[in-house]
Ligand binder design. Structure first.
Ligand code: ZN
Length: 563
């Protein structure tokens, strides 16, 4: 369509991607939304023309000559770079022929004209190289049916409405400032959210036999050399000099945790040791990669290091999985899958740790998943050089997948730090270590939660559970009396005492995503009652203040009763 409208435009590459496709082009002008509309109209016309697509191959020299004659220098370069023995295929539709590996539809008529959409346009470098030409990239997508396109576009709109950066601002949760790119500020309401998650995390972990430590944010170079970070991770670390000595701000909590383990002798009877740390870590990310709370430069990991005997590995894995399931359930992530990352089947030289231990660990993970009835995909060659791992992917309310929760076996750090325990045989043995983080990063998790819930957080977690709306200012005193009574029952409560119509107050409270509204007027004040409205469900009738408080606390308990 572009070549029909502007024959002078040169074509670069146009691959299909996860959602739709893009095409990079060299045009003498910048594409505007008006151009995009024009292109779409032409595309619809081409679909209606039901042009047949024919594939043919040419020998290299002829292929180059063919594209030179068409005035397509980028295509010539692509052909020149193809491997010697690669077939060079073209697809022809009507007057247009493109270099393409294919496959393609057999006719443009297969696409119903109304199920096609150009979704975006931006700049891109030829071959991703900033020293080469700047091209324009047009993104688009097509579906067999119009309804499918509509559903897709609706999902994109919904994702925009749920964007955590937008909601984070509207709901007063967090902010990002130029003074600290990638270093988020948590505002009072966001802090309630984060702290409530952390309180919950602590309760669950305490129940599962974890202890908690806190290791320093800054530690010296020697430690990072020993852990391997200085050699392999330095470009992501912030460093400083103290008393003439090199120091680094921790990008991970593990090395500090190793020092704690080594600070005293251990017997096989002490194991497993489960040591949690909500550690604040800093990692340098390129400014272009930063994205709200999804990609930041400092975050709190809900970390823990488990030290166990090799024969305890599977049991520990099962227990960590329990914790992850409990947390997902409490946060309403019903759908999740797992990926097991194992060693490469053939090339095994790069892995540290004995064959026997790897086999034990790999089968422990597989068996643990089977025992839990967890749908898990096995990926060979995806394991880290120091151990296999299990990752969880959750599906959110609008079908997007997020990676949350990792359980990683590690043979490397116990080796590097010469960790030991005394076995039943009175000899020294090396423990196996597990790193695990159900949330991953608290900051990123808050972002996922905002987008998953659209800001309507579960009742136990939401910063404001109840808003009291007096019908008129005359009842403000009564409203504050209700607030006092509910707060005594451990509920978080606001009063909207503004001189506004009640309809306005209700709408504003809905925008703030507060789960419960209590409307109070003459009748309520006389009877010590409140008139209850629940977000998304409407009127729930009148009840005594104490009854409402009891119901609400029962609802919170019900949400968390799983454990
Ligand atoms: Zn770790």
């Amino acid at each position: 369509a572009v070549k029909r409208l502007w024959p002078e435009v040169k074509l670069a590459i146009g691959p299909s991607i996860k959602e739709g496709w893009y095409y990079d082009m060299d045009a003498p002008f910048a594409f505007t939304p008006e151009h995009m509309t024009e292109i779409e109209a032409e595309m619809r016309k081409i679909c209606k023309e039901k042009l047949k697509l024919e594939r043919f191959e040419l020998p290299r020299e002829e292929a180059i000559k063919f594209m030179e004659e068409k005035g397509e220098p980028y295509k010539v370069e692509l052909i020149q770079d193809l491997p010697e023995d690669a077939p060079i295929s073209f697809y022809k539709q009507g007057e247009f022929t493109d270099l393409c590996a294919g496959p393609h539809l057999d006719s443009t008529g297969r696409i119903k004209g109304n199920a096609i959409k150009l979704t975006a346009c931006n700049a891109a470098y030829w071959r991703g190289d900033s020293n080469r030409q700047t091209l324009q990239r047009i993104y688009g997508i097509a579906f067999p049916k119009k309804e499918e396109l509509d559903a897709y576009l609706e999902r994109i709109e919904e994702a925009k409405r749920r964007d955590h950066r937008k909601l984070g601002k509207e709901l007063g949760l967090f902010m990002l400032r130029d003074e600290g790119p990638g270093f988020p500020f948590f505002l009072p309401k966001g802090m309630v959210l984060k702290n409530t998650l952390i309180d919950y995390w602590r309760q669950v972990h305490k129940k599962y036999g974890y202890v908690e430590i806190s290791t320093p944010v800054i530690l010296n170079r020697k430690l990072w050399e020993r852990s391997g970070h200085w050699d392999h991770y330095k470009q992501n670390m912030y460093t400083t000099v103290i008393d003439g000595e090199d120091y680094a701000i921790k990008p991970m909590n593990c090395p500090g945790g190793m020092l704690v383990y080594k600070s005293e002798p251990h017997s096989y009877r002490d194991l497993p040791l489960r040591v949690g740390e909500l550690g604040l870590v800093h990692r340098h990310e390129l400014s272009g990669a930063l994205h709200g709370l999804f990609r930041v430069r400092c975050f709190t990991q809900d970390d823990a290091h488990l030290f166990c005997r090799p024969d305890q590995l599977k049991d520990e894995f099962l227990k960590v999985m329990d914790i992850i399931f409990i947390i997902f359930k409490a946060l309403d992530f019903e759908n999740f899958e797992a990926q097991i990352s194992l060693r490469d089947k053939v090339n095994r030289d790069k892995y540290i740790g004995s064959e026997e231990n790897w086999e034990k660990a790999e089968s422990a993970i597989i068996e643990a998943c089977q025992e839990k009835g967890l749908k898990a995909k096995i990926e060979y060659g995806e394991a880290a050089f120091y151990g296999p791992k299990l990752d969880f992917m959750v599906k959110d309310a609008i079908g997007r997948r997020w990676q949350l929760g990792t359980i990683q076996v590690d043979y490397n750090l116990p080796e590097r730090f010469e960790l030991e325990y005394t076995g039943e045989d009175n000899k020294k043995h090396r423990p196996v270590m597990i790193h695990r983080a159900p949330f991953g990063s608290m900051e990123r998790f808050v972002a996922v939660l905002i987008e998953h819930t659209g800001g309507k957080f579960p009742l136990w977690l939401t910063p404001d559970q109840v808003s009291i709306l007096p019908i008129s200012e005359k009842f403000n005193d009564y409203a504050y009396e209700v607030k006092r009574q509910l707060e005594a029952e451990d509920l978080s409560v606001l009063v909207d005492g503004r001189n506004e119509k009640i309809g306005r107050k209700i709408r504003d409270t809905e925008l703030k995503r507060i789960p419960y509204m209590l409307i109070v007027g003459e009748k309520e004040a006389e009877n010590n009652e409140v008139s209850v409205r629940k977000q998304g469900e409407g009127d729930k009738g009148s009840m005594k203040i104490a009854t409402f408080a009891e119901n609400l606390n029962a609802e919170v308990e019900e949400l968390l009763k799983e454990w």
